[in-house]
Design a protein around this ligand. Structure first.
Ligand SMILES: Cc1cc2nc3c(=O)[nH]c(=O)nc-3n(C[C@H](O)[C@H](O)[C@H](O)COP(=O)(O)O)c2cc1C
Length: 217
């Protein structure tokens, strides 16, 4: 029986569609975002669930060109360090585009604030639930951006202490993500890492267990 609280069929289809068609984007056109759009995306981020209603997300909009350039350099250094760990896949990795910092219309650094230790509700045994909450906020932005026809790319290739220093962040705060946001010529049909033959995605059956973790075969 369909729940009386269900959305209408077209509304449900839109929700499933945006989840399926959301992509991590690294190619952007430099066209600016329309007025109000960035604030709409940040507003839905702030509507995300968070452990103990902690709202452990902070957003730093980067508009200063030299600062943007310094952030790009941090990412580039980490890209090279990552490549050096990849042995025989190094060359293949270096061909991948892993960020669109120079081209995107908006650059947002998402961070965990300092003072998180006073929030124990839901975090006493699992303090990293703050990070889980920030991830929910970013996913909200990602989905809303896709529905708006705007690309978003999550960049995590950086040394967090160096990024925190660049942004004058307090001790114990922690940058989590660099988000590249902007217009795109087209959305990748599949995850770019699949299109570029870096990897394949497995179906849900591979990750679904019943009653017990499966024995190793
Ligand atoms: C926590 C997190 C960090 C990520 N960091 C990067 C990154 O630094 N560079 C990058 O190109 N993609 C990054 N991605 C994007 C993933 O590569 C991408 O989500 C995955 O390949 C699936 O593609 P899709 O998002 O288009 O479905 C990140 C994604 C997540 C969730």
């Amino acid at each position: 029986m369909i729940s009386e609280h269900s959305y209408s069929q077209p509304e449900k289809e839109a929700v499933y569609r945006v989840i399926k068609e959301r992509r991590d984007m690294r190619h952007f056109s430099q066209q600016p975002l329309e007025d109000g759009l960035l604030l709409r995306l940040l507003t839905v981020a702030n509507q995300a669930p968070s452990v103990g209603l902690m709202q452990p997300w902070r957003f730093i909009r980067v508009t200063n060109a030299p600062l943007k350039n310094d952030i790009k350099k941090l990412v580039e250094a980490e890209r090279v360090a990552t490549a050096n760990l990849l042995d025989e896949r190094k060359g293949e990795f270096l061909k991948l585009k892993v960020e669109g910092i120079s081209e995107c219309a908006e650059l947002i650094v998402v961070a965990l604030p300092d003072g998180r230790e006073k929030h124990v509700f839901g975090r006493r045994t699992m303090p990293d639930m703050d990070l889980a909450s920030v991830s929910c906020a970013i996913q909200n932005m990602w989905l809303a951006a896709r529905a708006e026809g705007i690309g978003l790319g999550w960049v995590s290739l950086f040394e967090p202490i160096q990024l925190a220093n660049l942004l004058n962040m307090p001790e114990d705060s922690r940058p989590i993500a660099i988000l590249c946001i902007g217009h795109v010529e087209k959305f990748y049909e599949k995850p770019m890492l699949i299109e570029q033959k870096w990897g394949e995605a497995a179906p849900i059956e591979d990750f679904l267990f019943e009653n017990s973790w499966p024995e190793k075969v």
